[in-house]
Design a protein around this ligand. Sequence first.
Ligand code: PLP
Length: 415
Amino acid sequence: MMPPKDSEIAMTFDPQQSLAEVRREFGEHGGVNMSIEASTTFTVLEAANMPEIFQGRMGPEGGCYLYGRHFNPTVYVLGRYLAAMEGTEAAYCTASGISAIAAVLIQLCSPGDHIVASNTIYGGTHALLKEFLPAKTGIDVTFVDIGDAAAVKAAMRPRTKVVFCETIANPTLVVADLPAVAEIAHAGGAQLVVDNTFSPMLLSPAKLGADVVVHSLTKFAGGASDIIAGAVCGSADFIVSLMDLHTGALMLLGPTMDPKVASELALRLPHLGLRMAEHSRRAQAFAERLSEKGLPVTYPGLPSHPQHELLGRLANEGYGSGGIFALDAGSKDKAFELMNLLQNEYRFGYLAVSLGYFDTLMSCSASSTSSELSDEDMAAAGIQPGLVRFSIGYTGTLEQRWAQFDEALRRVGMV
Ligand SMILES: *Cc1c(COP(=O)(O)O)cnc(C)c1O
């Protein structure tokens, strides 16, 4: 039998299956869950092993650990599980999503190098790219509409080292054509770095051409809004470079994940697929009903969404179109009125930033998570002042939640 071509692998990759095949770790007393390695330093059996470890000739693959900021066995296992989920050779975890992103960009770029970035990204990442990196590191950044292939191509320069985008953009829900963007990046000698925070399980960027996949595990992966964490997934060489004792951005900047956090997250990955499917099922139902009422709702699961067909082509089957939709309430005041009612009278969800929680979270992007953007940047990214982002939860029944939503829409006169 012929080995499958890359494009076929992309279409048949199933993160759930991959997670089922990954080597499981058991607890030290035979527990079904791995033990937490609480040590920050590790004994070596022979004195002669110490220089070997320091020179990188012995490492975690061989069971040799040095110091907790370098590699910790519990965090290392979570990294293996995440690599399986994303279909990459390796992965390692960080204290937050933003530290994963910052470390990757600093590792790949030197002063004078250039990044082409999507203009619709998480506000913190936007600030990092627009303000922090240019001012502190001399890395140059150009923002583009990632859906406009000609614009991405035109922005490439000889020193472009990275093209950066999110799978499903925050908060406009524009779906990136990853194979097309990867082709442009690679043709220009750059690497494609993709933030997959919005679509774990349902999109596998590495299988679609991304070189590095970053995550905020704070969102869907954690699922309970109780943990700040992140991860970098990529080639073994790249992960090792991040941990290099002399030149590694993770090793030297030190956004280390606590092993207790790694243990918690490892217990949540097994049901991430089920949770994503249910987030998506609810979001799809609500988006369809809002759309039937003629309301301006943006959701990639709707045929009216400009990248509906594209997402259908790129997505892994069985996880839907994601748990997030955006509804334009028309004005900031109307958005605030709707969110106040939804939280305080109807208990539909909570007025809070972040996403991927088991309950619904809602926020007005222009006056919260995207407020780092200037008015011009906001307009360029298509973020209207009354745009409410909903991260749909799965508590209660679907019909009960819809009744709450419907009633609030009526009260504010939107239907
Ligand atoms: C929240 C978020 C981040 C930042 O993650 P933290 O864990 O809060 O550091 C990055 N990208 C996206 C898309 C996010 O939603």
